[in-house]
Ligand binder design. Sequence first.
Ligand SMILES: [Zn+2]
Ligand SMILES: [Zn+2]
Length: 456
Amino acid sequence: MRLTNTLSGRKEEFIPGGSPVKMYVCGPTPYDSAHIGHAMSYVIFDVLRRYLEYRGYAVKHVQNFTDIDDKIIARAREAGVSPSDLAEKYIAEFFRDMDDLNVARAHVYPRVTREIPDIIAAIKSLVEKGFAYVTPAGNVYFSVRKYPRYGELSHRRPDEMLAGARVEAGEDKADPLDFALWKAARPGEPAWESPWGPGRPGWHIECSVMSLKYLGEELDIHGGGQDLIFPHHENERAQSEALTGRVPFVRYWVHNGLLQLGGEKMSKSLGNLITVREALERYSADGLRVFILSSHYRRPLLFTEEAVQAAARGAERLRFAARQPARGDAPLDFDPDGFRARFIEAMDDDLNTPEALAALFDLAREVNRAREAGQDIRPAQEVLLELAGVLGLRLETPAAELAARPFIDLLVEVRSELRSRKLFDLSDRIRDRLRELGIILEDTPQGTVWRVGRGG
Ligand SMILES: [Zn+2]
Ligand SMILES: [Zn+2]
């Protein structure tokens, strides 16, 4: 398999350092509901993990919660609750959202507030090694110029980075490029005791410490959105390699493009946020996943109502092909394995999910054609379900339809009886009313069958 490594900027053959594949994905800061932009990133890394597992790799997946940070503190203050209660609420919501999106759970979910002693030990070690310094105010900063490879990951020159760097009010760093490892406590904020006085960790150090602790000194895959490349991952790389002396910290840096809404990056400030919950009220999880995967993961994904609706219809077509019972047992006249080969070829090429989905849609079309021709489509349906599962698509019949099934069967039976008695006005009324409700009846030589769908 080939994966684009942000560090080299090229597609590289994926060769893990050992087994299991060690995968770390930067997790959320739980201060608000997850939106579609978050869902996009977690669905993409979920598919990467599922595909690696499908190809026979064992994967250990770690994802953190940044459960203390400025945004959490500010939001908790507004809401009149403690930062930990606020974080707890949104962590629970995050799990519910991701479960509903069929994102497989990581193996470990470390949280900053539970890792403070390890974080302090790491900062101490960076100070001892000369990569960090303590200020009289009790802040600790990483000294960027001590780490010669800084800027390589984000492909920025030091002068470029300097142009964007600022010393914020209350910061006492020696160089604008430096970043905080430990922030001295401010009044009214949560704080932990440390050798430098009470305070809390900076954002970047947590991911270095947690990945080191739960996955070891060398990760195979470090993932996140492209907005994390700089400064977060650049800083993480500097900290980790300075801490362990081991290069590389990460074998493959994998970053997804960002969700755009009306051409803008989706962010809170635009006020056009769609939460995962709202999206799941309108669309199936399969529909949302097909939408996300219909664009290559490194490209920006443009969210429009039409695009999601088209994806939802696509998911429904796959489900229909995968779940409709066969109408006959004539031998299948095509080989579904060819579609599996196409799928694998696409996924091996830097996780080309649009091509992989195209293979699934073509397979679904063949299944429907073979079904009309009275063939035993079950072997092809098995391949369709197998490959859809790699993309995390369940293709399950909605619970409402399952519940309605016996009643629809009963109506179909009554209608057949009416037809045999030539009471066509009544039998047609049943057919037309069911059609209005989205149930399509088809009269075949073997009897009447029904399906859920739009139009004839
Ligand atoms: Zn990270
Ligand atoms: Zn991170």
